[in-house]
Design a protein around this ligand. Structure first.
Ligand code: NMX
Ligand code: MLT
Length: 434
């Protein structure tokens, strides 16, 4: 397949670069670790190298070196579409180069071969209690798909280490191919009549999700899916979900196991679940006022929230120190397609006021919005109002990045990840100079 061919072509040069660093500069010190970093979530400690994406604190995400506006401009799109095909994005993430239109289509066509969800996975989901969180179902579904892992089978048959990346890529294509349909099975069972709608071969990967949940606003919602799935695909290697996947996959657990584990991290309210929490909070604000609050009213409301010890979802970030460009891209979408939407206008009002209020606290390091501050608003506008589902959409997209990291970790022979922990007594002795 085209991704295999391209990776095989560029891999020797990448292996040379890594070998050179490891052999010629093995003792070069990359960073120090302080006591406060150890106790504060290993924040800022540079523990990994990955080339799939990078987050600059002041500029935000670059996917394979390209900013979000560049990716949106340069990736190929289908005729009549404003936003690019996810197939082209996957080509970029996997191969480090921008695809031609034909190359993006080839990935889309490969996905179409594997897009259908096996009946046993549907049955498993349909037997779960109705109140199961959609992220639990999503994680379970991914695990269940793993019975067919090509990597795990070939590993048992003695596959050479230098070839681990090949079945990892095979698994990655088969898993990512099924994600829109898996998400749609979950959505239709949780919130609709449980119908299983087969993917439409005439649509792309992203557009198919809109089709399979029978979204009535089809064309605009398809466009939103293309944008949303692009924006959430990766955020370098050390966020909770990507790092979890990397750790699990480093034990040579296959990409199904690693992606499922990642989704369990994404399901946390400080990470991906923040988009669900964000919309809940936005509706709470909306319902507290009869019309759009004034700046003063909004500021008073936000101060009261902070005073009661709550975090304001959608604001702040562990790495970013500016407005998240993924927020900005969706903000632009809303400005164009839903300028009169009252929740969007509330998002704008909050954006005017909240950074100043968060700065007043003196402790929030990034007072600006992250991606979650707006994405639920757009879904809500297009009728996807079941906000506990939003993190599944984030997950569908994020596994594109996670699997690209996994293929390259295997291609570059990264070993099992196993740092070191200390005891409090050891640390006390060290700081005392003993
Ligand atoms: N509202 C209220 N307080 C906040 C916020 C916020 N939005 N963001 C940070 N703080 C507090 C934080 O709780 C901490 O307080 P304390 O010292 O009392 O424990 C203090 O400010 C310093 O935290 P930071 O160093 O600025 O942030 P950190 O790197 O620890 O955490 C987040 C980053 C994203 C977890 C944090 O900003 C947060 O909880 N935000 C709200 C949840 C959210 O939007 N998460 C989504 C992240 C993005 N995603 O897509 O996954
Ligand atoms: C993400 O997209 O993973 C989030 O913004 C969280 C992060 O980068 O830490």
């Amino acid at each position: 397949m085209i991704l295999h061919d391209r990776i095989a072509e560029i891999l020797p040069a990448w292996r040379d670069r890594v070998n050179h660093l490891v052999t010629e500069h093995r003792d070069f010190k990359v960073c120090d670790v302080t006591v406060s970093q150890i106790y504060q979530g290993i924040r800022g400690v540079q523990i990994q190298v990955t080339d799939i994406s990078y987050v600059d604190p002041y500029e935000g995400l670059r996917l394979r070196g390209y900013t979000i506006p560049e990716v949106l401009e340069k990736l190929p799109r289908l005729p009549g579409c404003e936003f690019p095909m996810a197939g082209g994005l996957y080509y970029l993430l996997m191969t480090d180069s921008l695809p031609s239109y034909e190359e993006a289509l080839e990935v889309e066509d490969e996905w179409k071969k594997y897009a259908v969800i096996p009946q046993y996975v549907i049955d498993m989901i349909h037997t779960m209690p109705r109140n199961t969180h959609p992220m639990t179902l999503f994680s379970q579904g991914i695990m269940a798909l793993g019975v067919d892992s090509i990597f795990s089978r070939q590993y048992l048959n003695g596959l050479a280490k230098s070839d681990y990346w090949i079945p990892t890529l095979d698994d990655s294509i088969r898993l990512t191919a099924k994600l829109p349909a898996l998400a749609a099975v979950i959505y239709n069972w949780k919130y609709r009549d449980g119908s299983v709608i087969a993917p439409n071969p005439d649509l792309d990967w992203s557009g198919n999700f809109a089709y399979m949940i029978e979204n009535p606003n089809n064309h605009e919602y398809e466009e939103l899916c293309r944008l949303f799935f692009l924006l959430h695909s990766d955020h370098e290697g050390a966020n909770v979900s990507a790092h979890t996947a990397h750790l699990v996959n480093s034990a040579l657990s296959d990409v199904y196991l690693a992606s499922s584990a990642a989704m369990n991290g994404l399901a946390g309210p400080l990470h991906g679940l923040a988009n669900q929490e964000c919309l809940r909070w936005l509706l709470k604000v909306y319902n507290s006022f009869e019309s759009l609050p004034s700046k003063e009213e909004m500021a008073d409301f936000a101060r009261a929230e902070l005073k009661s010890g709550r975090v304001i979802p959608g604001y702040g970030h562990a790495v970013l120190r500016t407005t998240d460009p993924r927020f900005t891209a969706q903000y632009e979408f809303a400005k164009k397609y839903l300028p009169d939407d009252e929740l969007y206008q509330l998002v704008c009002r909050i954006y005017e006021v909240l950074p100043g209020i968060l700065k007043e606290t003196g402790k929030v390091k990034n007072p600006y919005p992250n991606v979650d501050a707006i994405n639920g608003t757009l879904q809500y506008h297009y009728g996807v109002r079941e906000f506990d589902f939003y993190t599944v959409l984030f997950g569908v997209s994020r596994i594109l990045g996670i699997t690209a990291h996994a293929v390259w970790a295997r291609a570059l022979n990264k070993p099992i990840e196993r740092p070191k922990s200390l005891t409090t007594a050891i640390l006390e002795e060290r700081v005392a100079g003993k």
